[in-house]
Design a protein around this ligand. Structure first.
Ligand code: GAL
Length: 690
C-alpha cells in the first residue's frame, strides 16, 4: 500500500517552484528588486531560498546586524504569495570575520591556513565559529521563525566536509577516537599500526596527515562527517527551538559526492534535499537521465522514501563544466518532471537572476542579464510554472521500491583507500558499476531504493550489491536474514573482504557471508583493458544463454554448496566458475566473479527481477522500455501517478497495455498507446479499485 506522506511542511500546499534568490547583489538598485517581484509572478514561481550567501549584508561589521534589507525582501516575496526557504549564511564568511577570527579558516594538511575568499571553507570544529553561527541562526529564528511565509530552514550550503588540520579538529578527532576505541592499544590493533612501526604510544602522536595509514584515513573521513554534523547542529538547534514544526535541511550534492557520509547527515535533517546538475545535451541523454534518476532515488532513500526537495537545478546551463552546454528547448521541462517523478515536491533553481559579475555571472538563471521575460529560458520556466499546479494531486505521494541497491560511504572510502586491484580508476569504477546494475532495473521502470550499512532490508525482495567490500557483523546479520527470508542477493568481486576498520577478514572471502554464498573466493586477478576471459552460461543461469564478454576482474571461486551458473571460457581460469548461485533458506545468493558486459548483466538482472515479479511502473512483462523513456510510479492510498518521460530529442511511442488514466499535464484521457513528443511527458492519474 502506498503511504500518504501528507504535507512535508505545515505551510506548503503546492509544488514549490522558484529557487535561490540572492537579491543582496542589487540592494543599491531597488528597482531591480521590484522588477523581480513582477517577473516572479509571471514565471509562476512560488518559493525562494534567501540569505544563502547574505552574511556580509546581515552583519556588515562584527556584532552590528542589519536585517532591514532581508525584512524587505521577505515581505516583498510574501506579498506575492511566495514561500520562503531561509538559509543560515554560514557557507561564505565575510572578510571582517576571516580577518578577526583566522581560526575559522581551514588549515590545510601542510599546515598553511586558507586565505580569505571563496566559500564553503570554514573549519567545522572551531569553537568560536560554532558559537558565532549558532548566534546568527538564533537571531534569524527569533526574527523570522514565526513568519507565515517560512516553510523550511536551509542550513549552510552544500557542506563539503573539506578537511581542516587545525588543533581543534585534531583534538576533536582524538576525542572521537577515544570514544570509539577506548584506548590506544585497541586503536593500534584496529589500524594495524604495528606494520611499518606505526604504533602510537601517546594520543598526542595521532595526527591524521599520513595518507598511507589507510585505517587512520578511513576514521578521519568518518570524523569529518561527525565534525560537520556537530557544526550543523549548532545552527539547527536554535532554528528548531524557535520555530517548532518548520523542517530543517541542508542541500546535498548527490550520491557520487564522497566527502561526507550522507546516510549520517540525512539523519540530522527533517527532509532530504539535493542540487541536481546533470550533463544534459552532451550526446547521450538516455545515460544522463539514468544517472540523474539514480541520484534522485538516492536522495529519496536517505529519508526512507519520504518526499524530498530538488533544491537547485539550472534552467539552462552551468558555468563550471568542461563544456557548459545549454539544455535544449523542452529539456528543462523533462528534467524537472523527472525529479517529481522520483519523489521530489519541488523544482527549484540556481538562481533567479544572473549576477552581472562574480564567479557565476555566466551560470544559467531564470532572468538573464537582458532582464526581461522575453528570453527562451524565462518562457520555458514560466510555461513549467503554469503547468505545475496541475500536478498538485501528486503532493504527499511516494515511490514504493521492492528492489534495493547497496551504496554506502564507509564502504566506498574503504575501497578508495585500499591499495591494489585497479588503483588508477577506483572512483569512476565504483560509480560505473553501480550504474551498470541500476540500469537493468531503471530501463524496466522498476523502482529502486539505495541502502547502506545501517539500513534495514525489510520489505525488499532483491538487493543488488555490486560493491559489498566492507561488511560489519550487524549488516552480515541483516543480509543473512534477508536471504534466509526469501530475498535475492547479487554481489560481485571482493564481497565481504573487510571489517569496519578496513581489516581483511581471516578465513577466506566472502568473509562473514561465505556460507550464504556457498563459495570461497580464493584469488582475484585484475585484467588489462581489452583482456576478456569470456563467460559461458550454463544450464539454470537466469536469463543467460551462450557466451558473453567480460572484463576488469577474474576471481577464482571454489564451490562450497553453490552451483556454477557460468564458467570462464579462456585463459588459465578456463572452466572455473564465473557466476554462482546458492539457495540459502528461502532465498538465493548470486556471486559474479567478473564484470560482465552490459547485455549480460541486464539479461541476468532482468530475469531475476522478472522471477521475483518486481512491479514495473508501466507493466511490460519484464521487458525494457524504449530507449530514453523513463517510467516512475508515485502513489498515495488508492491514487496512482504514472510519470512517463521521453528524454530524447526524437518522438517515442509506448504501448500502455491495461494502464489508462487522465494525463494531468494535457488534461486528456489516455489509454492503449501514448505518443511522446521530443522531451515530452505525461502523468497518468487513476485510482486503484479497493
Ligand atoms: C551549487 C551551489 C550554488 C551554485 C551552483 C552552480 O553547487 O550550491 O550556490 O554555485 O552550484 O551550479
Amino acid at each position: 500500500m502506498f503511504p500518504d506522506h501528507g504535507p512535508w511542511s505545515p505551510r506548503v500546499d503546492a509544488i514549490l517552484h522558484g529557487g535561490d534568490y540572492n537579491p543582496e547583489q542589487w540592494l543599491h538598485e531597488p528597482k531591480v528588486l521590484e522588477e523581480d517581484l513582477r517577473l516572479m509572478r509571471l514565471a509562476g514561481c512560488n518559493a525562494f531560498s534567501v540569505n544563502i550567501f547574505g552574511w556580509a549584508a546581515c552583519e556588515p561589521a562584527e556584532g552590528r546586524f542589519d536585517f532591514g534589507w532581508l525584512d524587505r525582501v521577505i515581505e516583498g516575496l510574501h506579498g506575492i504569495g511566495a514561500k520562503i526557504i531561509l538559509a543560515t549564511p554560514s557557507a561564505s564568511k565575510p572578510a571582517w570575520l576571516d580577518a578577526a577570527h583566522p581560526s575559522a579558516r581551514r588549515l590545510r594538511r601542510d599546515g598553511r591556513r586558507l586565505d580569505h575568499g571563496g566559500r564553503h571553507n570554514h573549519c567545522p570544529s572551531d569553537p568560536w565559529f560554532r558559537a558565532k553561527t549558532r548566534d546568527v541562526a538564533r537571531r534569524l529564528a527569533e526574527r523570522y521563525g514565526r513568519h507565515p511565509a517560512l516553510v523550511c530552514w536551509h542550513v549552510n550550503n552544500e557542506l563539503n566536509g573539506g578537511e581542516c588540520h587545525c588543533p581543534h579538529c585534531y583534538e576533536g578527532f582524538r576525542a572521537w577516537l577515544k570514544a570509539r576505541y577506548g584506548g590506544l592499544e585497541a586503536l593500534n590493533t584496529a589500524w594495524w599500526n604495528r606494520f611499518w612501526s606505526h604504533d602510537y604510544t601517546d594520543w598526542a602522536q595521532v595526527e591524521p596527515r599520513d595518507p598511507e595509514n589507510l585505517a587512520q584515513e578511513l576514521d578521519w573521513r568518518r570524523y569529518l562527517t561527525h565534525a560537520n554534523l556537530e557544526q550543523f547542529r549548532h545552527e539547527a538547534e536554535p532554528l528548531r527551538a524557535l520555530s517548532p514544526g518548520i523542517p530543517v535541511t541542508t542541500n546535498l550534492m548527490g550520491p557520487f559526492f564522497g566527502g561526507l557520509d550522507y546516510w549520517k547527515l540525512a539523519e540530522a535533517c527533517d527532509i532530504a534535499s539535493w542540487d541536481s546538475y546533470p550533463a544534459w545535451a552532451r550526446g547521450d541523454d538516455a545515460a544522463t537521465a539514468m544517472r540523474a534518476a539514480f541520484c534522485h532515488d538516492a536522495t529519496r532513500s536517505l529519508k526512507r522514501g519520504k518526499p524530498w526537495l530538488l533544491m537547485e537545478s539550472t534552467p539552462s546551463n552551468v558555468n563550471w563544466a568542461d563544456v557548459c552546454k545549454l539544455k535544449e528547448p523542452g529539456q528543462h521541462r523533462s528534467a524537472s518532471l523527472q525529479a517529481l517523478a522520483r519523489g521530489s515536491e519541488s523544482v527549484l533553481y540556481f538562481q533567479w537572476r544572473k549576477g552581472q559579475g562574480g564567479y557565476e555571472q555566466h551560470h544559467g538563471a531564470v532572468v538573464d542579464h537582458e532582464g526581461s521575460e522575453r528570453t527562451r529560458v524565462f518562457k520555458e520556466v514560466a510555461a513549467l510554472g503554469a503547468e505545475l499546479p496541475r500536478l498538485k494531486p501528486v503532493l504527499g505521494s511516494g515511490v514504493l521500491a521492492q528492489a534495493a541497491l547497496f551504496w554506502d560511504w564507509e564502504n566506498r572510502w574503504a575501497l578508495e583507500l585500499a591499495k591494489g586491484m585497479r588503483n588508477h580508476d577506483r572512483g569512476p569504477e565504483l560509480e560505473a558499476e553501480a550504474l551498470a546494475y541500476y540500469r537493468a532495473l531503471w530501463r524496466r521502470g522498476i523502482a529502486v531504493d539505495l541502502v547502506g550499512l545501517g539500513s534495514s532490508l525489510a520489505g525488499y525482495k532483491l538487493l543488488l550489491a555490486p560493491w559489498l567490500y566492507m561488511v560489519t557483523p550487524a549488516f552480515a546479520q541483516e543480509l543473512r536474514a534477508f536471504v534466509r527470508g526469501g530475498g535475492v542477493l547479487v554481489t560481485g568481486v571482493l564481497a565481504g573482504c573487510v571489517d569496519a576498520s578496513g581489516l581483511c577478514h581471516r578465513g577466506g572471502r566472502p568473509g562473514l557471508l561465505r556460507d550464504v554464498f556457498g563459495i570461497w573466493a580464493e584469488e582475484l586477478d585484475t585484467l588489462d583493458a581489452g583482456v576478456d576471459p569470456g563467460l559461458q552460461a550454463l544450464a539454470g543461469a537466469p536469463g543467460l544463454k551462450g557466451a558473453y564478454r567480460v572484463g576488469a576482474y577474474a576471481e577464482v571461486l571454489h564451490l562450497e554448496g553453490a552451483q556454477a551458473l557460468a564458467r570462464f571460457r579462456r585463459g588459465w581460469m578456463k572452466g572455473k566458475p564465473a557466476l554462482t548461485g546458492h539457495r540459502f533458506g528461502q532465498g538465493s545468493a548470486y556471486y559474479l566473479a567478473t564484470r560482465p558486459e552490459a547485455p549480460c548483466l541486464e539479461a541476468f538482472l532482468g530475469a531475476l527481477a522478472k522471477g521475483l515479479a518486481l512491479p514495473q511502473a508501466l507493466p511490460t512483462a519484464g521487458r525494457s522500455l524504449p530507449e530514453g523513456v523513463e517510467a516512475s510510479l508515485r502513489g498515495k492510498g488508492p491514487e496512482r501517478f504514472l510519470f512517463l518521460i521521453n528524454h530524447l530529442s526524437r518522438p517515442r511511442s509506448l504501448g500502455l497495455g491495461q494502464v489508462q488514466g487522465l494525463d494531468l499535464l494535457s488534461g486528456k484521457a489516455v489509454k492503449a498507446r501514448l505518443s511522446l513528443a521530443p522531451y515530452g511527458a505525461a502523468v497518468l492519474h487513476w485510482r486503484e479499485k479497493a
